[in-house]
Design a binder for this molecule. Sequence first.
Ligand code: SF4
Ligand code: SF4
Length: 405
Amino acid sequence: MVAAINTAGVVRLKVDTLVNAAAAAERVGDRQTAFTLYREALFFDPDHVEAIAGMGRLRFKPPAQPMLDEMRQRATRRACEVTIEVRNPCNYRCFYCVAEGHNNIPVQRMDLAKIEAIYQTVTEEVVVTALECGGGEPTVHPQFPELVRLASKYGVVSFPSNNSQDPKRWLPEETATRLMVRSSLHPEAEAKIERYVANARYLLDRGVKFTSLFIAHPTRVASIPRYRTLFAEAGIPFSPIPFIGEHEGKSYPHAHTDAEREIIGLEDGVRHWTHQIQPATNRIRNFRGIPCVAGHRSLYIAKDGTLRRCLYDGRPLQQRAAQSEPCRVKHCGCGLLLDKLNMVEDIEFYNTWAGMAGIEQMPADWMQDAAARKGHASIQDALAEEHAAMYEALMEAYGKNQGQA
Ligand code: SF4
Ligand code: SF4
């Protein structure tokens, strides 16, 4: 046992020495020596974060990104995303719930004073708080009104909800215009549709931004036209989204008939770039070693007030990182937060939340012309193409196309 530990320790020391020497060679521009030393380090420890990062830097070939280059030049103001962990049970049991088994977690109290201390370090013009609720319904958490008051002092707040709870109980009215409720109409709510509609109307009437999604499971598609009419009459947004999964031996959404696709609206409208590139960017989610804005422009605050990079990296941070740093975990289930491929630095992201927070937006009228000049039908198509090219370039440079997914 002692011998094994010693051998592991010697290897670690050797790899660290190689990586330090490689970094020194890189700093003085000796790329060949750096390459050789990083490669040797990776031979002994293929998971070494700094070695993967160094090798990636050397191999990275930036794809052409005319739209994004222009956007980065023009983006003079900044946004910071803050995600807060909220844990409590869900009062529903949807048959398609992906959080099944995790939707009955007892209420866990949050340390709001510690959470606020982290907000006080955020200096960006726009602060967007997202509540990360696991499989729970956040509006049933006893500290929810207090949390919303706190987070909305610093910016806008967005959270998922099944819209089952009377908003008179949980909504601090003075925060309403800074809230986005990402609601879904679930099967149990369908049985009490009047209550769902009344809760939605109450929120909308007070200035809450309210979106209503409907999971288009094959067994639910036929109800969509009825709900479209009902929601349109009540002035409530309603958006079916495809169910992704298996049902009766068929794989959805591919198995939908043309008529079902039309009912769901699968081909409608311009899709946001993040949705367009999803099939490709879900292919590999091992971003270990690739620089990521998590911990820098995107912060995760655990319920006890501990600052972390993200949900998937459990290490506590003493303070925010001054810049993007290499990812240290082997699987990323977050959105895309990579330094060279993220939404937080988009003008569109900034403007959406700045508009809600009543903060001046950045000029964006140049984007449509720029996309057309570059031969794209829409801004989203242009961004999707450039971001997809960046994803491929990163996976190639950081060795993720070699069976590390
Ligand atoms: S409301 Fe959401 S979290 Fe709750 S059971 Fe349904 S799908 Fe799961
Ligand atoms: S967000 Fe994803 S890529 Fe970034 S540190 Fe967390 S797990 Fe890694």
